[in-house]
Design a protein around this ligand. Structure first.
Ligand code: CP3
Length: 392
């Protein structure tokens, strides 16, 4: 599908809220919205199957508004989550018990009715199933007890068999699908090979990534062997999540952007592409979303992975991001999570600005990274209310 930029971005046009008799924007309104954002695309198809809005949007079908969900929408900014944490202080317990996973995943769904319900879990959850013991410690974050540094360490990493290692993930996804029906898309997620490798080599979160870079730039073969293991495992994990109810899966490559472009091309991009190719072979219709925070310097390279959706962080202007990514790929994002600390008027303004710049085609409204601890819940409620009231 091809598209072109037809007119420069209008600075001040508010979103059109008028609807046709059928709830969809009339053709003239659609055109108004499109020319206002300076974007145009091939005629969208319309389908009648009851499917979540998010899936229609990703496929480039006609939708009346952008679907909306928020990264880290389940978590510590919610009082209900903090209550569960008091009763179950261990993160691993909260994320490895089917009932707790379902309950926590549904907390934001019950209050805000987002268009995507993401599984409550962590990118590190599969590690214990690959013989890499870890924990997530309050106040400290992820801890890998025996960081991997050598070829022998990498040899000890075992094959990941999701149905044996993390059966609670599949069970929870299946229950979530039954709970949210077609009112929202159930979203799974995995960590990208480079980001997972950074945790297991550094031993936890890192500032300068010196240990993984030391390996990359002195013994690249050892790092490549580990990246290949994670690639095979995460492809299987995505397939498992889809088979058990996930309707789209997001890949988090949170730290790939610590790499210079030439190193991204060696240590991240080929592995992401391998994952996408392998999943597309078995699940051609499963949308894959890629998030790499701070990816402004890499944007033109990101669609080369073959993902369906690129999740932008807020340091990239949405209109410029769209232009640089090309119009075949859908875009997600990208309101600064800090905006949720602003006034309600400011939040409204930023949502409209982002939606206008993204245009009415293939956009999922989201933040540019996860919700920050301390975000007022009422501002999150306001975000969803405004977002769901938008009409192209
Ligand atoms: O979006 C959602 O609501 C789903 C939940 C989710 C969690 N982690 C739960 C969680 C998701 C999608 C993740 C992904 C994740 N985990 C990423 C990629 C996203 C990103 O932010 O870039 C990364 C890098 C991790 C690793 C990790 N896990 C970190 C850095 C932390 C924070 C440590 C801390 O204490 O601040 C975690 C722990 C974690 N995972 C929390 C949550 C809600 C916070 C701890 C808690 O709730 O007790």
């Amino acid at each position: 599908m091809s598209a072109c930029m037809c007119s420069p971005l209008s600075q001040s046009s508010p979103l059109t809220i008028r609807k046709s008799a059928f709830g969809f924007p009339s053709k003239s309104n659609l055109l108004t919205a499109r020319s206002a954002v300076g974007e145009f695309v091939a005629e969208p198809k319309v389908t009648s199957v009851a499917e979540p809005l998010l899936l229609h949007a990703v496929r480039g079908e006609k939708v009346e508004r952008p679907p909306v969900w928020l990264m880290r929408q389940a978590g510590r900014y919610m009082k209900s989550y903090k209550k569960i944490c008091e009763k179950y202080p261990s993160f691993r317990e909260r994320s490895e018990n089917v009932d707790l996973i379902v309950e926590i995943s549904l907390q934001p769904w019950k209050v805000f009715k987002p268009d995507g319900v993401i599984l409550f879990s962590d990118i590190l959850t599969p590690l214990s199933g690959m013989n890499i013991p870890f924990d997530i410690v309050k106040g400290k974050g992820p801890v890998i007890y025996s960081p991997l540094r050598t070829a022998v360490d990498v040899d000890q990493v075992t094959e990941f068999v999701p149905e044996v290692a993390v059966p609670y993930v599949g069970e929870a996804l299946t229950i979530l699908r039954a709970e949210v029906k077609s009112d929202a898309a159930v979203l799974g997620f995995v960590g990208a090979p480079f980001t997972l490798a950074s945790y297991v080599i550094e031993g936890g979160s890192s500032k300068h990534f010196t240990k993984i870079k030391s390996l990359a730039f002195s013994q690249p073969k050892v790092l490549h062997a580990l990246l290949q293991k994670f690639t095979n495992s995460m492809a299987k994990y995505i397939q498992y999540q889809a088979d058990n109810g996930a309707q789209a899966v997001q890949i988090f490559d949170s730290w790939a952007t610590e790499l210079s472009p030439v190193d991204f091309e060696e240590f991240s991009l080929p592995y992401l592409k391998q994952i996408v190719d392998s999943v597309k072979e078995s699940h051609p219709d499963l949308p894959l979303i890629l998030y790499a925070s701070g990816s402004g310097g890499l944007l033109e390279r990101v669609p080369l992975t073959g993902v369906d959706v690129v999740s932008l962080d807020w340091t990239v202007d949405m209109a410029e991001g769209r232009r640089r990514l090309g119009y075949d790929v859908a875009v997600q994002g990208n309101v600064d999570p800090g905006v949720l600390f602003g006034s309600k008027e400011f939040i409204t303004k930023r949502i409209h600005d982002t939606v206008r710049k993204a245009g009415s085609y293939k956009h999922i409204l989201n933040l540019g990274h996860g919700i920050v601890v301390g975000t007022p819940e009422e501002n999150v409620a306001h975000f969803f209310e405004v977002a769901k009231g938008i009409r192209y």
